[in-house]
Design a protein around this ligand. Structure first.
Ligand code: E4P
Length: 221
């Protein structure tokens, strides 16, 4: 099980890599839009530099087209412009997009199929050749879905069919979502900077540390 950071913010990525717990980076057009306006490729190249410095970890960047042929063109362009061996192109799931996933995968362009909410979406994307398939965990909960059931079914499908594809859970809003997704068989959870910090916190931890130090200082005095 791995943890990725879900952000396009350079400072957050740098900070998370320093902690030694992040094995990849995912972005999407909305996350990029939160950053100061800049040249798209130049900003992505800055993220790539951080990924290279931290073990050539995977970076997912999403196309911003809706037409399948345009998606293929954009994906090829991204690979050519960014020149990073572990760049994965995010392609949203859809019937016509399966051809995009197949075409890019056959060209050796790794695809992260995103915007998935059901087992069948994740499974078909995996069959089509996606290197990663991304479930939107909390957006599915928002419509009374069962992300843990989707994860369990999809993981069994991938394992039973020996498919070279990893499930990513995104749309993470609480620290507990991470452990629950991992527990349901999700290979990777991608979480925002604040969630990763939240994963280290508990009121009893603070209370225990404070008590230990108070006792020790009293003993020393
Ligand atoms: C994965 O990278 C997704 O794009 C992302 O986690 C979506 O999260 P959101 O539901 O908070 O937008």
């Amino acid at each position: 099980m791995k943890l990725f950071i879900d952000t396009a913010n350079l400072e957050q990525i740098t900070d998370a890599f320093e902690k030694g717990v992040v094995a990849g980076v995912t972005t999407n057009p909305s996350l990029l839009s939160k950053e100061p306006k800049a040249n798209f490729y130049e900003h992505v190249k800055k993220i790539v530099t951080l990924c290279k410095e931290n073990g050539n970890v995977p970076l997912s960047v999403e196309v911003f087209a809706t037409d399948p042929d345009e998606m293929i063109k954009q994906a090829r362009d991204l690979m050519a412009q960014i020149q990073y061996s572990n760049l994965n192109i995010k392609i949203p799931i859809g019937y016509d997009e399966l051809r995009v996933i197949k075409t890019l995968s056959e060209e050796g362009i790794p695809v992260n199929c995103t915007c998935c909410f059901t087992s069948t979406q994740l499974q078909l994307a995996a069959i089509a050749g996606a290197r990663y398939v991304s479930l939107f965990y909390n957006r599915l909960l928002d419509v009374d879905g069962d992300p843990l059931d989707v994860l369990q079914k999809t993981r069994k499908f991938i394992d039973d069919n020996d498919i070279n594809c990893e499930i990513i859970s995104g749309s993470i809003r609480k620290a507990v979502d991470v452990s629950e997704a991992w527990g349901a068989g999700c290979h990777i959870v991608t979480a925002g900077h604040g969630i990763i910090i939240e994963m280290t916190k508990h009121s009893q931890t603070d209370k225990s540390i404070k008590g230990f130090l108070e006792d020790f200082n009293e003993w020393l005095s």
